[in-house]
Ligand binder design. Structure first.
Ligand SMILES: [Fe+2]
Ligand SMILES: [Fe+2]
Length: 483
């Protein structure tokens, strides 16, 4: 009998979808596989391909004990296709088909819409690996290097998850889209990745931590809404991806937290109370808190853009079709069709920012973005606790949503982080106070030096409180040079 909890290794592609008895899809995926391995090999510097990394591999979708830790060479990582267990009697959770049994096959009328959503999700996964490809060369410790690679291999697996859906359910155009996912490249002129934030560089480790905190969290929200899809295979894929995604945000939150902690410690040791005494703080070889705020401003606002237009007919159509739900749709207590409901969205009227009620159906993106902001605020509060405990007067804040936006009602206008409208000239003159400037970037770069001795950390970041898989402090998470 087919075991749908544990992963089967009887094909080259580990899976719990019974691939060995699905010859057509198995063949298509085996054809796609070498291109994927080439992509990986071209991307990650060779030295690290040959290193042994202490990674977790998904061996089951059982919430208790789904992962196994061991040393692996990354090109030999068992990227697999894993779907969360089927929920018996699952219904379409929203829209005009609300209450009907969830689809096990692609509904013809929504085929194009579904394919597009899967392609967009799939495109972000390899994009982030591309953005982060050089970071191992400046890793502040083996612990951090291992976490980077863990995130990278799992984003690779998420690409597999979407490619499986394309191959299994979309025939020839699905195969073509799967090939395109390996052809587009982050930051490329000819074939860039589909979304703006995924074409930006991740130039340093603070950016990486901010990215995994803020941008992977956008990923989480998108996966949450696709996990509510009436198309059951997509829902099941996304539900399992969310299990892995939690670690990515943990890496981000603790990475920023450890950076803050080290800065505060160094300030106290040096007797510096004023967090705005930036030159003296930088002389200590740690990242000043105002610069951490600037990085936060940048990554948070780039991530807000990923939610799209506040009022969107595409989003309304996807919800109405039952293809994409709201955050925790199945726990919400309403008609799940939004027949008469309204929702407040930002608008810009007579030079002022106002929130206006619009039909909730059209405000699906805005609502998801609000849920995201609430979710993102939690970690910021915990970062502030670290600063407070150190007795330093400084508070990190999420900037106003109007600040530094490329998409939606605020695009094309200039605001300060409090949401005050500025002229273009005022904004340009002060931008460097709010977003990392060239000097800031150069300073951070000057700190980015690789540390490879087990248990040692670069001077700008504190060690973690606990090791991965409860390993001791001096554990060799990466064996760079094989015996
Ligand atoms: Fe992902
Ligand atoms: Fe992620």
């Amino acid at each position: 009998m087919l075991d749908l909890i544990n992963v089967s290794y009887d094909t080259r592609i580990p899976n719990n979808v019974g691939l060995s008895s699905d010859k057509r899809v198995l063949k298509a995926l085996e054809k796609w596989h070498p291109g994927y391995i080439n992509w990986w090999n071209d991307l990650i510097p060779r030295k690290f391909q040959e290193s042994l990394i202490y990674l977790r591999t998904a061996v089951s979708v059982d919430p208790k004990g789904w992962a196994k830790f061991d040393y692996v060479k990354m090109p030999e990582y068992r990227w697999g296709i894993l779907l969360a267990p089927k929920v018996e009697g699952r219904i379409i959770p929203c829209g005009e088909h609300y209450g009907e049994p969830a689809w096990q096959e692609v509904p013809g009328e929504y085929r194009a819409m579904l394919r597009r959503l899967i392609v967009i999700q799939g495109d972000t996964e390899p994009a982030s690996v591309e953005q982060q490809r050089f970071l191992a060369l400046t890793a502040p410790s083996l612990y951090d290097m291992r976490n980077l690679f863990q995130v990278n291999v799992e984003e690779g697996r998420h690409l597999w998850a979407m490619v499986y859906l394309l191959h299994k359910y979309f025939g020839r155009d699905g195969r073509e889209e799967a090939d395109e996912l390996l052809r587009r490249q982050s930051g490329s002129e000819e074939a860039p990745r589909l979304l703006g934030a995924f074409n930006e560089e991740t130039p340093d480790w603070l950016s990486f931590f901010m990215f995994t905190y803020f941008t992977d969290r956008d990923g989480k929200m998108q996966l949450e809404s696709l996990a509510q899809s009436g198309f059951d295979p997509l829902s099941r894929s996304c539900r399992f991806m969310l299990t892995e995604e939690a670690h990515h945000m943990f890496v981000g939150e603790t990475g920023v937290g450890r950076t803050i902690q080290r800065t505060c410690e160094a300030m106290r040791e040096a007797g510096i109370d004023d967090p705005f005494d930036v030159d003296r703080v930088r002389d200590l070889g740690v990242i000043d808190l105002p610069l951490i705020q600037k990085k936060l401003n940048l990554h948070y606002t780039l991530s807000l853009d990923l939610f799209g237009q506040e009022v969107s007919t595409n989003a309304a159509n996807a919800f109405n079709a039952g293809i994409k739900g709201r955050y925790h749709e199945n726990r919400l207590d309403d008609d799940h069709q939004l027949k008469d409901a309204t929702y407040p969205v930002w608008n810009f009227v007579d030079g002022k920012l106002v929130r206006e009620e619009v039909p909730a159906l059209t405000a699906i993106n805005m609502r998801l973005r609000d849920d995201y902001t609430k979710d993102a605020a939690g970690g910021v509060g915990r970062w502030n606790k670290i600063i407070e405990k150190a007795g330093i007067e400084f508070e990190l804040k999420l900037p106003h949503e109007a600040f530094h936006r490329q998409i939606g009602v605020f695009a094309g206008k200039t605001f300060d982080p409090e949401g005050n409208l500025l002229t273009q000239a005022e904004y340009e003159a002060r931008k460097g106070e709010w977003l990392p400037n060239k000097t800031d970037g150069d300073f951070i770069q000057s700190l980015m030096k690789q540390v490879t001795e087990p248990g040692k950390y670069a001077g700008w970041i504190a060690p973690p409180k606990v090791g991965i898989d409860n390993k001791p402090g001096d554990f060799e998470y990466v064996k760079l040079h094989m015996a």
